[in-house]
Design a protein around this ligand. Structure first.
Ligand SMILES: [Zn+2]
Length: 367
């Protein structure tokens, strides 16, 4: 999964009063786009057609040397007098975030689309921002295999922190401009003294399984998002959703499966969690079993799909199912364990698998 980056180590412990040196790496965001050093490898990967890109790009191996943050600009490279703030340490190196006023000005120029910054035709225009650097969205960085997994995880974590700083510029209670706490990672309202801490949103990922007696086969419920949700993700996924206020995680699992597929579930068992900074989530994965007497002519529990959320909901065997194109998500790991027949039903949890065993499965299934 994206957070499995050992031997690299990201430490999100906040230390007040840290000042950058000229060599300190700095993450510069513009919405969900991030400023990257533009080198030959990035150029080559960006110009590949999707089908030409390596399929095993997200395997657990990290090829970057420990401490190599060369893909980010340094404090010495960004314009003087830029306001920077300490984010976290990565392999012992202090990483900062910057808000570049020069970027804001450049972004406001009409007719320049920074969303596709690494598309080579945009290269010349992007060079106006900072020589040797280009903006790219986290989604494109992932899809175009421009960076390695540990680097993408660093950017996702930095993005979540950056969003929190940007979204809490003003106090939500009284509207005053907030200030940074000198003691901890918090924003403070100087008027009403409210303290604002980073918020993490709990959400569940649900793998619903069933044993089809008619076919003598175990099956898993896989879904695809409806285009109506604005989700462009075209691959199979599991039922997922945010926890409501006043709800337990187990109730959330039952409600989300019911809302999206009309199915009741039983034997809900926890598997693992995953931070997913792009949408401020903490994902919690559960396996459970369908609890339904309404079967179709193949012997599968009948799915009543919520077509506002989903365009597909199907029962598939390990042989029939396909995995996501990379091994970043908890969803994909849960699907991989079913496909590899390491788990057929929640009763087999906890699985006796270590990280090295799961990485071996990834290598096998992403050859
Ligand atoms: Zn206030």
């Amino acid at each position: 999964m994206i957070q499995d980056i050992a031997p690299h180590f990201l430490n999100n412990h906040f230390e007040p009063g840290k000042e950058p040196s000229p060599d300190s790496p700095v993450v510069c965001f513009n919405g969900k786009d991030v400023l990257l050093r533009y080198d030959e490898k990035a150029a080559q990967n960006a110009s590949l057609e999707p089908e030409e890109r390596p399929v095993n790009f997200a395997l657990a191996e990290s090829h970057t040397p420990v401490g190599d943050l060369h893909f980010l600009p340094t404090y010495g490279e960004i314009p003087e007098d830029t306001n920077v703030r300490f984010l976290f340490t990565y392999d012992g190196v202090d990483v900062y975030r910057a808000k570049l006023s020069v970027l804001e000005r450049a972004h406001n120029e009409p007719g320049i689309d920074y969303g596709d910054a690494l598309v080579v035709v945009n290269k010349a225009m992007n060079r106006k921002v900072m020589e040797g650097f280009l903006f790219d969205s986290i989604r494109d960085i992932r899809q175009r295999v421009i960076l390695e997994k540990n680097q993408v995880f660093l950017l996702m974590t930095a993005l979540q922190l950056n969003n929190w700083y940007v979204d809490n510029k003003y106090c939500g209670r009284c509207g005053t401009v907030t200030v940074h706490s000198p003691r901890e990672r918090a924003l403070v309202c100087p008027e009403c003294h409210r303290t604002i801490y980073p918020r993490i949103l709990p959400a569940v990922i649900v793998a619903v399984t069933q044993y089809n007696k008619q076919e003598d086969k175990h099956k898993i419920l896989l879904t695809k998002y409806s285009p109506k949700t604005g989700h462009a993700f075209p691959y199979y996924a599991l039922v997922a959703g945010f926890t409501e206020i006043g709800e337990t995680l187990e109730e959330c699992v039952q409600r989300e499966v019911m809302e999206e597929t009309g199915l009741k579930v039983k034997n809900i068992r926890y598997y693992k969690s995953q931070p997913w900074g792009v949408v401020d989530d903490l994902l919690m994965g559960f396996y459970c079993e369908a609890d339904s007497d309404e079967l179709d002519d193949k012997g599968d529990p009948v799915i009543h799909l919520d077509e506002n959320e989903l365009r597909t909901g199907v029962w598939l065997t390990p042989n029939e199912m396909t995995l996501q194109p990379d091994a970043y998500s908890l969803t994909n790991e849960m699907m991989l364990l079913f496909k590899s027949e390491n788990i057929h039903s929640p009763e087999e949890l906890p699985l006796p698998l270590e990280r090295k065993d799961i990485e071996a499965l990834e290598r096998e299934f992403y050859k």
